[in-house]
Structures are given as structure tokens and as C-alpha cells.
Design a protein around this ligand. Structure first.
Ligand SMILES: *[C@@H]1O[C@H](CO)[C@@H](O)[C@H](O)[C@H]1NC(C)=O
Ligand SMILES: *[C@@H]1O[C@H](CO)[C@@H](O)[C@H](O)[C@H]1NC(C)=O
Ligand SMILES: *[C@@H]1O[C@H](CO)[C@@H](O)[C@H](O)[C@H]1NC(C)=O
Ligand SMILES: [Zn+2]
Length: 225
């Protein structure tokens, strides 16, 4: 065999080999990417309230005398996670009186994310409750209804405090959606994306969503009488 043939064959084999190694590397890496595991704990209180504009809008904050903080903290992480949603945001909280967090829900609702909220009936009309605002302000055109909020009207508490984002990420903990919980109380939120746990929370949300459907409640009471 001539030297030239040997040289060409050698180059081809070497090229093929590097291509195979490269492809294996790409496959392995993309698998890792898919399964990227989220495990984070957010602790409250934060020293200061995170600036919503700074952390959630493209333009950022243009208030030169902004009284909120622009350094990352637990609330800014929570903002990040909530605004990550692309398809659905299922929120189950006992109290929802923090206007900043309600603003985030309205923001993602306006981006076309399906936002559903379950809360306790006794909390709907408490001072500062954002429920009525979410129902009406979320309604920004004739094509989009307001955010749907369903309430647990039983005499027991709907005591959960969790959020499921895109059926993929769970945020759960002691945290009520109140100002006091952000800068006063000792609270925790666990963020995770373990599919087995997320799925169980999602299923429970769906069950409650059906259970607290006002039409279902109405049918039940008419059946009873
Ligand atoms: C449940 O409670 C809320 C808040 O008190 C009230 O607005 C709503 O009409 C109640 N729904 C039913 C089906 O009783
Ligand atoms: C969710 O948060 C509640 C309240 O802190 C806690 O009791 C529960 O163990 C948490 N569940 C998970 C799966 O983290
Ligand atoms: C927060 O939730 C707890 C129940 O976990 C409730 O007892 C408490 O009153 C709530 N805090 C506020 C400020 O509403
Ligand atoms: Zn700011």
C-alpha cells in the first residue's frame, strides 16, 4: 500500500473516531441537562423587600430613589421561579395579601400562563386581600378572563402553601403570601423538581380544583336537599 493511501485511511479513521467520541459526549451532556435537579431552600425574613421591577422586568428599575433592594434575596429568588413559568402556575395558599406577589401572578397571567389559585374562603375578604384584584385586574381583554380563584368554603382551613410551576417545579413551605412573611416572620420554602413529589402535589391540586368548583358545590347542595 502506498503511503498516501495509508495516510488517507488513517485520517478517515481518526476523524470517525473523534466524531463518535464527540457524539457520545453530546448525548451524555444533554441527558444531564434534561435531568438538572433543582433543590433550594429559601429562608425568610428578608432584610428588605426585593425590587420587583429590577428582578422581573426587562427594562429593570428606573426609579432612582427606589426604596426596595436590588440585591438578590429569598423574595427575588421566588420572583425568578414564578416568572419562569411558561404554561401553568397552580397556587395554593392560605393567605394572599401581598400586592407584590399578586402583581407577579398578574404579570405571568398576561404572558398567557394559565394561573389558578386556591385559597381559604375566610381569607378572601381579610384586609389587604388580593383575591378580588386578581379576579378583576387579571381580566385585561375580552379574550382573557381574570385569574380564576377557587375557595375552600368548608369550615376547615385550606392550610396548604405550595405552588406548582409548569407541572415541573414545586415550591412548598410555611410561607404565607403576606408582607409580614417576607420581612418579619421566620419562614421557609423548599424548591424542588423531583417528578414523583411534584406529580403528587399536582394531582392533589387537580383534586381540590374540582372539589372547590362552585358549580360542583352547588350541585352537591342541591342533591342534599
Ligand atoms: C365561598 O366563599 C366565598 C368567600 O366567602 C364566597 O364569595 C363564595 O360565594 C362562596 N361560594 C359558595 C359556593 O358558597
Ligand atoms: C411542605 O411544607 C410544609 C409546611 O412547612 C411541610 O410541613 C411539608 O413537610 C412540606 N412538604 C414537602 C414535600 O416538602
Ligand atoms: C400564616 O399562616 C398561618 C397558618 O400556617 C396562619 O395561622 C397565620 O395567621 C398566617 N399569617 C398571617 C399574617 O396571616
Ligand atoms: Zn428598584
Amino acid at each position: 500500500m502506498s503511503k498516501v493511501v495509508k495516510y488517507v485511511a488513517g485520517t478517515l479513521i481518526f476523524g470517525l473516531f473523534t466524531e463518535i467520541v464527540y457524539q457520545i459526549y453530546v448525548r451524555l451532556n444533554s441527558k444531564k441537562e434534561d435531568k438538572k435537579c433543582i433543590t433550594e431552600v429559601l429562608f425568610f425574613p428578608d432584610l428588605k423587600v426585593a425590587c420587583k421591577a429590577h428582578f422581573t422586568s426587562i427594562e429593570g428599575c428606573n426609579n432612582r430613589h427606589c426604596r426596595y433592594t436590588h440585591s438578590g434575596n429569598s423574595l427575588s429568588r421566588l420572583y425568578n421561579y414564578l416568572t419562569l413559568s411558561r404554561k401553568s402556575l397552580d397556587v395554593c395558599v392560605f393567605v394572599l395579601s401581598c400586592a407584590d406577589l399578586a402583581d407577579i401572578l398578574i404579570l405571568v397571567h398576561k404572558r398567557g400562563v394559565m394561573v389558578r389559585i386556591i385559597t381559604d374562603n375566610e381569607q378572601v375578604n381579610v384586609q389587604g386581600s388580593q383575591i378580588w384584584r386578581l379576579r378583576s385586574e387579571g381580566k385585561f381583554s375580552c379574550l382573557f378572563s381574570g385569574i380564576i380563584v377557587r375557595t375552600d368554603n368548608s369550615s376547615f382551613f385550606m392550610h396548604h402553601k405550595f405552588v406548582v410551576i409548569d407541572n415541573e417545579i414545586l415550591i412548598n413551605g410555611s410561607f404565607n403570601w403576606t408582607r409580614q412573611a417576607i420581612t418579619g416572620n421566620q419562614e421557609n420554602l423548599v424548591v424542588m423538581n423531583d417528578p414523583e413529589i411534584v406529580q403528587q402535589f399536582q394531582t392533589e391540586f387537580e383534586n381540590m380544583w374540582t372539589e372547590f368548583d362552585p358549580r360542583v358545590t352547588y350541585m352537591k347542595t342541591t342533591e342534599d336537599t
